[in-house]
Write a protein that binds this ligand. Sequence first.
Ligand code: PCA
Length: 219
Amino acid sequence: MTVLCTGYEPFGDHDVNPSGEVAEALDGRTVAGHEGVGRVLHVAFGAAEDRMADLIDEHDPAAVVATGLAAGRSAVCVERVAINVADTVGVPDNDGNDPVDERLDPTGPDARRSTLPVRETVEACLAAGVPARVSNSAGTHLCNGILYRTLALLEGTDTPAGFLHLPATPEQAATAASEGEATRGGSVQPSLPRTLDERAVELAFETALGSDGGRSPPS
Ligand code: PCA
């Protein structure tokens, strides 16, 4: 079987998006005893969710971990919930969609809970030396949207799915700082190396499925 990891292409002010790079790095790697499938999603409402539906159909994954960039956050954020709201808060998606206070699904529930073991994933990350925390808001941009739709697609199945928001990379933070006031005592945004992002995603799958994908008999 496979495990499916998605990330995103660059968007807004960001020239790179570590989430897409993490997905590409995991593609073809054995993760939690399964073949990793890593794909980069277009940052566009509708298109990204439809691609996710196609990927789930095509690969029938044992678990899904979607990821996205959350510049400014200081740790990997394991999202607990997705809400039925689409609002880009002034950062239109890459197709120019700029929803304000819309519902993702007019008839859907107000929220859907991640089906990953959220707290245990954070514990596993922290034990492995990866800064991480539970987050109670994935925002209202596309990352929240993909989590909401993925959970809807997998409702009623036993396929765990969730979302990890990733901080900026050190390179992104340095670039932003070089355009700012760091040389005059100004601040620098928090960052995390991509290798730690990759480890966090692997640990999310391992925590959900077991390190061998749940294939070894219970001892
Ligand atoms: N982050 C955005 C959308 C794409 C991405 O990488 C978000 O947090 O919603």
